[in-house]
Design a protein around this ligand. Structure first.
Ligand SMILES: C[S@@+](CC[C@H](N)C(=O)[O-])C[C@H]1O[C@@H](n2cnc3c(N)ncnc32)[C@H](O)[C@@H]1O
Length: 423
């Protein structure tokens, strides 16, 4: 029968070799094993560059392709020995058993020898691991345009377990007290060591939802939309849709994925927002064919998601420059089709949870150069930080916003800008 260590190794193999998000594989984990597997897989992904280097030092030869599962079992075992509190004998015994059963006896012996050495050299190995950047070379390429100090801090942020951020419909100060949370400058609430979301006070009351602080900023910057017709082009699972509705907009929400749109609808029901018009459609098709006219568009565009690596550390290892280029091309098409449904004077709020400048700063510089019917409207501190100052400067000189993973003790990397249709 599959044990949690074997399940975790198979999942990490799938994530890294087939480039699948961990979230899409979680249903393969039995409920009772979820806390352990979750912790093991996320820790292994955060520490992967160092762990691979340590293993290279112990393995004279590459593990044959047909037995690659052994490599993932070893990666997880080293993760446990170095970074988790599990008893070493249990890690060694079970890993060796798993390697023997799924690969062969010889590799089982090798795993035993390697893991015993790791235990003996634990202190030195931990020091050595601290010297290794958590950012693989492929991810460093995505960081073109950042300086060495920024890249160092981005790497440091990749090792930290993120807090849980929450957006409330209204009255954030009162909710901060009720949930015993930190009130952040934008009005988001932050909980460290939070229990399961469903166990937090008043989950069922639908007055708040989970949303990273950076993800809450685009709608904060969109301006006064009360009573206005607003379309959310790439909406699911709906964190920003809910914010638009909370600001009093008449909201249309689109998403290309029927499954994700169903999740949005379920989320909106919990929040009591049952008057949102939700449509399962490719936003590009909609933009090219719809006759409706909107006062504002939220284009929280499909992107490489490279800004979310604190919560999804697999992006460090599965996203490449090519993914960034592919998403940037789609974003460009979506941006250029927006005037078809936007009133003159209307706002186009563009955001991406990508750390790559090609999807943010560069994308918008190119767009403005080629689309004279739009101008950039600077985003102000008053709009995005009504409850105090951010510890870091989020606003670029041109009024666009760039958040980085090490800002404010941890937030997703986002690029946000506000455009206005002028002709
Ligand atoms: C970054 S997520 C959006 C997050 C969402 N705005 C929120 O705040 O909860 C991107 C979404 O875009 C959707 N998507 C991707 N390509 C799309 C397209 N061509 N048209 C519409 N939706 C698309 C994906 O299914 C995904 O749900």
């Amino acid at each position: 029968m599959a044990n949690p260590r074997l399940i975790s190794a198979k999942i990490i193999q799938k994530i890294l070799e087939e480039k699948i998000f961990f979230g899409d594989l979680k249903k393969q984990i039995p409920e009772k094993d979820l806390p352990f597997c979750n912790m093991l897989i996320l820790t292994a992904l955060r520490r992967l560059t160092a762990i691979k280097e340590i293993l290279r030092g112990f393995l004279q030869k590459k593990i044959p392709n047909k037995h690659r599962l052994a490599e993932y079992l070893l990666i997880n075992a080293v993760t446990e020995i170095l970074y988790m509190e599990t008893a070493e004998y249990a890690v060694i015994n079970e890993t060796v058993k798993n390697v023997r059963n799924t690969c062969d006896k010889f590799l089982g012996g090798l795993a035993n020898a390697v893991l015993r050495k790791v235990c003996l050299q634990k202190k030195d190995l931990l020091k050595k691991a601290d010297q290794v950047s958590p950012l693989p070379d492929s991810f460093a390429e995505i960081l073109a345009g950042y300086d060495a100090e920024q890249i160092r801090q981005i790497g440091a942020a990749a090792l930290k377990v993120p807090a849980l951020d929450i957006t409330v419909k209204s009255a954030p100060s009162a909710w901060a007290e009720k949930l015993k949370a930190e009130l952040l400058p934008n009005g988001s609430l932050r909980l460290y060591d939070a229990p399961k979301v469903q166990q937090l006070p008043e989950y069922a009351s639908g007055n708040w939802w989970v949303q990273d602080i950076a993800a809450a900023l685009p709608v904060a910057a969109i301006g006064d939309i009360a009573g206005k017709k607003v379309i959310d082009l790439c909406a699911a699972p709906g964190g920003k849709t809910a914010q638009l509705r909370a600001k009093g907009a008449i909201v249309t929400a689109l998403d290309i994925s029927a499954f994700r749109l169903a999740t949005l609808q379920q989320n909106m029901r919990r929040l009591g927002y049952t008057d949102i018009s939700a449509q399962n459609i490719d936003a590009l098709d909609y933009l090219q064919t719809a006759s409706a006219q909107f006062d504002a568009i939220l284009l929280d565009a499909p992107c490489s998601a490279t800004g979310t690596f604190r919560r999804h550390p697999e992006v460090l290892h599965i996203k490449t420059r090519e993914d960034v280029a592919e998403q940037a091309a789609l974003q460009k098409k979506l941006l250029e089709a927006c005037p078809n449904i936007l009133k003159v004077g209307g706002v186009l709020l563009y955001s991406v949870c990508s750390i790559a400048k090609a999807e943010g700063e560069q994308q918008i510089a190119d767009f403005l150069q080629n689309n004279p019917h739009f101008k950039l409207v600077p985003i102000s501190a008053a709009e995005i930080a009504p409850y105090g100052d951010f510890a870091d400067n989020l606003i670029n000189p041109d009024g666009t916003v760039r958040t980085l993973p090490y800002f404010q003790n941890g937030m997703d990397a986002f690029f946000i800008c506000k455009l206005q249709r002028i002709i």
